[in-house]
Design a binder for this molecule. Structure first.
Ligand code: T1G
Length: 703
């Protein structure tokens, strides 16, 4: 599109209207800044124009710089558009709807006034991309609302609703309707007001805040230290805001630019920008186009009020979806509803949920004990005991009960979706909807296509996942699907390392230092060692060569299930979830290793990290090779949202690319020599290594 089309300029009376029209979100792609500059120049040159409005066409104002353009080493414009807006001879009013984010809000801050439609959100979310507001936001926002509040908005990156933005002073007016008409009237009202309100000239809030809290920046650096470990962006964002309180405006802009450029070329920002697009790419299922009809799901049913069923019901209620929760007995139903209420009450006590909102959400969950009570629901998610015969019995009842066209979804974490579907006469309506525990917290949703799942069922389940705040990723059907199957070697390797001389706390420290919120052994204790045992037993029954894990089996047989029994890999004090290394476990490890005759050795942190992650990279290549995953970045999204893989490292396959497919192959081939079959390199890994193709470009073989 030429600049003229990307940006329109028209007159309404004495007001010039500059409209950005760059679907889908009016990103500041090449041509948009130039178009705005041309329009401002035209407005200032036209004596009939007294003031101007900057607004966006379509569903939003400007959602920020075009993220695709970063890292391309493009020359910087001589003059920043925000500065040209601010220096305009005639006042400019930003008229905002939808979103004004990042560079979009920075453009609005360059304007002299800002008005918005109710429901609008504004923010400077650059930190989520490993960047910082590089268009003057770290210098203007502190001058407008004070460095204290600006520091919170910029280091959190959160979206601020219009009403709050008005209270903060970011917005001057919030209109109920007719944004442009209201903005024109507003502009006519201020057209002759002098002096101009240029944010760069403000300083009173800088002085007041610094007087009140001179230590705010050091306090913020301390506050973020654990969450920000291994990252630069959080600290550069703080330093940029701090510069607004110590340097004159022009110097502050220069400092902001330096700090921004450090981040733009960082591995951390590349990884975060990759994750941003990978998450959206995952919504595109290769053989399901926009022509495939998507069922609107307005009422949900969940069968099973256990931990998972309750969490799934909460996910629906949290996003405004009425949901009926079905259990086999009133007693089990009451227990399930009580657990849900308790979960909500904990959020209210923590201050993360308002009490009235809790009641609204809780009221959306209707407990029922009869299948007829869910027959008219648009979709049902089965979340009963993880046993095939139990699930098939439920699906036979659902098949006999649910209205035509209902989605029949199973939350199974690994069982064969085709076999479950075979219990119905409508396998085309069946698919997996695998939530991750706790289901009301974890955003990952694995949408598993059965052999007979229709495209409409898959597309509708993906849309349903998005509607209840999940990050859906579609995949094929196999034992463990994609997430748990790719994770299985990691879960084995971490225990095998103990046989060779490691301790749980040593492995956990390596993974926490890498960026995980919790170590894998502590996670095992949280999930329950009995869950892991059941999965291992199923795999051992199915595969006589399955590598047993005697240390893990011993702990299970001793009744050490983890937090739920007060001891697992670690021991726990009553009422305290802190994991404490347990000499009893160290003894079991030593004895078992001796019985197995395993040679003991010491490990570097890198070797521990690579033993765990590369075992999964190898399996991920097999999953792609078999066409069970559509793309490597889908696996990355699953690891980010399903397993807490640190987002600033992009994901499992993005991280492996930092080593390179050739070096990964050589390492795995060496471990194959040393440890045997479980380290056999996958065929795809070998191909990638030979061709030097990055993991993130790995694709299933053409059908
Ligand atoms: N650049 C390029 N593409 C973008 C984009 C952006 N900023 N924002 C969205 N898209 C694409 C997205 O990939 C998808 O494409 C489509 O638009 C719809 O997005 C100098 C350095 C605005 C809240 O971080 O948060 O400004 O998949 O599916 O759910 O200081 O998009 O359809 O092909 O997410 O309604 C700062 C990022 C940039 C905002 C809308 N801005 N975007 O959510 O739609 S850095 C951001 C979002 C910057 C300056 C700095 C969301 C949204 P496709 P979507 P949505």
């Amino acid at each position: 599109m030429s600049e003229k089309e990307l940006v329109r300029f028209e007159k309404r009376g004495a007001i010039g209207i500059i409209t950005v029209d760059n679907p889908p979100v009016n990103a500041l792609s090449p041509g948009v800044p130039e178009g705005i500059l041309a329009a401002v120049e035209a407005g200032n040159a036209d004596p009939a124009i007294k003031a101007m409005i900057l607004t966006g066409a379509g569903r939003s104002f400007i959602a920020g710089a075009d993220i695709r353009e970063f890292g391309k080493g493009k020359p910087r414009p001589a003059r920043k558009t925000q500065d040209v807006l601010e220096e305009s001879e005639k006042p400019i009013v930003a008229a905002i709807h939808g979103f004004a984010l990042g560079g979009g809000l920075e453009y609005a801050l360059g304007c002299h006034y800002r008005v918005a439609l109710k429901g609008t959100k504004v923010g400077l979310p650059e930190i989520a991309l490993g960047l910082l507001p590089g268009g003057g936001g770290t210098q203007r926002l502190p001058r407008l609302i004070g460095p204290k509040k600006a520091l919170d908005l910029i280091t959190s990156g959160r979206h601020v609703p219009a009403e709050e933005a008005k209270q903060l002073g970011i917005l001057d007016e919030v209109f109920d309707a007719d944004l442009v008409g209201s903005a024109v009237r507003f502009a006519e009202g201020i057209a002759d007001t002098r002096p101009f309100r240029r944010i760069c000239e403000l300083s009173d809030k800088l002085e007041a805040d610094m007087k009140a809290e001179p230590g705010m920046f050091d306090a913020k650096r301390k506050e973020i230290a654990r969450r920000a470990r291994n990252q630069k962006a959080p600290y550069n964002n703080i330093a940029a805001v701090e510069a607004s309180t110590t340097l004159p405006f022009a110097e502050g802009l220069k400092r902001e630019r330096e700090l921004f450029e450090e981040l733009e070329k960082s591995e951390e920002s590349r990884a975060l920008r990759y994750a941003f697009f990978a998450e959206r790419e995952a919504m595109r299922v290769p053989d399901i186009g926009k022509d495939v009809p998507v069922k609107k799901v307005e009422t949900m049913a969940v069968v099973g009020a256990g931990t998972m069923g309750g969490g799934i019901a909460m996910s629906c209620a949290d996003f405004g979806m009425p949901v009926r929760l079905l259990e086999a007995s009133q007693e089990a139903l009451d227990r399930g509803m009580a657990r849900i209420r308790k979960n909500y009450e904990v959020s209210v006590q923590r201050g993360s949920l308002a009490a009235d909102e809790m009641e609204r959400r809780f009221a959306r969950i209707t407990p029922v004990i009869d299948y007829d009570d869910i027959a008219d629901c648009d979709a049902v998610i089965e979340a009963v005991f993880e046993q095939m015969d139990v699930k098939k019995e439920v699906f036979a009842k659902l098949d006999a009960t649910m209205k035509d066209g209902a989605l029949l979804l199973t939350n199974t974490s690994a069982l064969d979706v085709d076999e479950i579907a075979s219990a119905t006469k409508r396998p085309e309506a069946v698919a997996g909807a695998h939530f991750f525990s706790p289901a009301n917290v974890m955003k990952m949703l694995e949408v598993v296509r059965g052999e007979k799942s229709s495209k409409e069922t898959v597309a509708s389940t993906m849309a349903l996942g998005k509607a209840i705040g999940k990050v859906p990723v579609a995949c094929g059907n196999c034992d463990g699907f994609v997430a748990n199957r790719s994770r299985a070697p990691f879960n084995s390797e971490m225990v095998i390392l103990l046989e060779e001389g490691c301790l749980p706390e040593q492995v956990d420290k390596v993974m926490i230092d890498f960026g995980y919120p919790m170590g894998p052994f502590a996670v095992g204790d949280l999930a329950g060692l009995d869950i892991g045992y059941a999965g291992r037993k199923r795999r051992a029954d199915a595969n006589p060569n399955y590598r047993k894990l005697p240390i893990a089996d011993k702990l299970y047989e001793m009744g050490r299930y983890g937090q739920k029994t007060g001891a697992g890999w670690y021991r726990y004090e009553k009422g305290d979830r802190t994991p404490h290394p347990d000499p009893e476990v160290a003894k079991i490890i030593k004895e078992t290793a001796a019985e197995m005759g395993v040679e003991q050795k010491t490990f570097t942190d890198q070797e521990i990290l690579r033993r765990l992650l590369l075992s999964s990279v190898n399996e991920a290549c097999r999953i792609i090779e078999e066409g069970i995953a559509y793309r490597a970045s889908d696996i990355d999204i699953m690891w980010l949202y399903g397993f807490g893989f640190p987002r600033y490292r992009g994901g499992l396959m993005f991280w492996a690319d930092q080593i390179g497919s050739r070096d990964v192959y050589n390492q795995i081939a060496a471990w194959h020599q040393q440890y045997g079959d479980r380290w056999k390199p996958s065929a795809l890994l070998r191909q990638l290594a030979e061709s030097g193709t990055p993991f993130r470009e790995a694709k299933p073989p053409a059908k």
